[in-house]
Write a protein that binds this ligand. Structure first.
Ligand code: ATP
Ligand code: MG
Length: 400
């Protein structure tokens, strides 16, 4: 069976008035964007949902594209029938038989929009339900907790039937909650943090620190590839590549002890904040998760985080690694993240990085490094920015 229509449900039902209209307008624009390859679709918006007539397009292909639309809670393949009892009954039965797994219980819910249809919705529930029941031995009706619910809408010209409900990405439409800078390493966590931030409606630019030649060209390519994967959820993404070698080696030259990681990470945050402000971004997003490594204990996060005044958002802070990996697999970043190339954070690691750094001591150390402010400015100036465009096969990038 080939669906001829889709029903898309838009999320965040708590939104009202102007916010709701803005929300729906943004979801619609994103839907049209991911459906650019399907020019024959026809959209019919209604309150809280959109009917999309497929015009011959494949539902399977269209539904894969829909998983990239934030603000969409669920969607259903749907089928049209003429406004005639027998046609509706027959289609209902075919749809039930075509389900991937045969349910033990079901119910029919009819909504009669077209009041000139001869049977009201109660009567139709019985007429359609009864027809399906007599053809499906073993199936029973459960009006409270049915395994599947077959919905029938009696519209002005045709009936519309649907039974499957597929979960969408949820969240807020892209860009409706502002813009932020994602600190993107080559690891598993930060791309997931980026995806969760985008799902919450944040438009992202990404920043990556590399310490060439200590980190390889391949490590940089891996990050470009991760940004490409994330840019599939938006239109395109700016990636700022920061040459971090001078900062890192200069700190290491004068200090090699257990606060080294804290010092290096504070320098990263300082650079990230300067780039964020230059680009007009209102927050920094990172992939930190409480307790995961020495630099992610509460006191490390405290000493590192207070170096910037922009809000730092850490979507993974309370999540377990397993939960993070599950999302990484779902959004397609996991296979890229586990490629072996080094991240600059793993360079010059002291034998036992501090899990409980002292802010006063750290500040005093920084004060003694009078070369640091200029090296930080220089890193910002020398940052290279590339625009990552998503395409199914390969990112197309061009240098600014
Ligand atoms: P990830 O898997 O994201 O690398 P992690 O668990 O390895 O995270 P850290 O290496 O301590 O943790 O990094 C914490 C966060 O700092 C990262 O999630 C990322 O947001 C940021 N970060 C680390 N290294 C870099 C880098 N080279 N460039 C940009 N951001 C980085
Ligand atoms: Mg890392």
């Amino acid at each position: 069976m080939k669906p001829d229509c889709m029903i898309l449900r838009l999320g965040e039902l708590t939104l009202k008035g102007r916010n709701r209209r803005r929300f729906e307008k943004s979801v619609m624009s994103q839907i049209r964007h991911v459906f650019a390859a399907f020019p024959d679709l026809r959209y019919i918006p209604e309150y809280g949902r959109v009917y999309v007539e497929l015009g011959g397009a494949s539902f399977v292909e269209a539904s894969a594209a829909l998983q990239k639309v934030f603000g969409l809670t669920s969607f259903s393949p749907a089928y049209h029938a003429p406004l005639e009892l027998e046609a509706i009954q027959e289609l209902a039965l075919q749809m039930m038989k075509a389900l991937p797994k045969q349910p033990a219980t079901f119910k029919v819910s009819v909504r009669r929009v077209n009041k000139s249809f001869p049977y009201d919705s109660q009567k139709m529930n019985v007429l359609v339900g009864g027809y399906v029941l007599q053809a499906c031995p073993g199936l029973t009706v459960d009006v409270h907790h049915p395994e599947v619910e077959l919905r029938v809408e009696l519209r002005e010209e045709r009936a519309l039937l649907y039974v499957e409900v597929i979960e969408g990405a949820g969240g807020f439409p892209l860009g409706t909650n502002g813009k932020a800078l994602l600190m993107l390493s080559g690891g598993i966590d930060s791309p997931v943090a980026g995806w969760l931030a985008m799902r919450k409606g944040l438009e992202l630019e990404a920043i990556h620190f590399h310490s060439y030649p200590y980190t390889s060209e391949r490590a940089k390519e891996k990050v470009i590839e991760l940004a490409r994967q994330l840019s599939g959820y938006t239109h395109s993404m700016k990636l700022h590549l920061v040459p971090f070698t001078d900062v890192q080696t200069s700190i290491h030259r004068v200090y090699q002890d257990n606060l080294l990681v804290t010092l290096i990470r504070r320098a990263m945050y300082r650079i990230a904040e300067k780039v964020a402000e230059r680009e007009g971004l209102d927050a920094i997003v990172t992939g930190e998760s409480l307790g995961q490594v020495a630099s992610q204990t509460l006191s490390s996060l405290n000493v590192i985080g207070r170096v910037v005044s922009l809000p730092t958002l850490q979507p993974l802070i309370m999540m377990d690694k397993q939960e993070i990996i599950r999302i990484a697999e779902k959004i397609g970043t996991f296979p890229i993240s586990i490629l072996p190339y080094e991240d600059c954070c793993s360079l010059f690691l002291p034998p036992s990085p501090s899990t409980n750094p002292n802010l006063r001591v750290v500040e005093k150390l920084e004060h003694s490094m009078d070369f640091l402010p200029e090296l930080i400015e220089q890193a910002v100036r020398q940052t290279e920015t590339i625009q990552i465009m998503f395409s199914e096969n390969k990112a197309t990038q061009h240098l600014f």
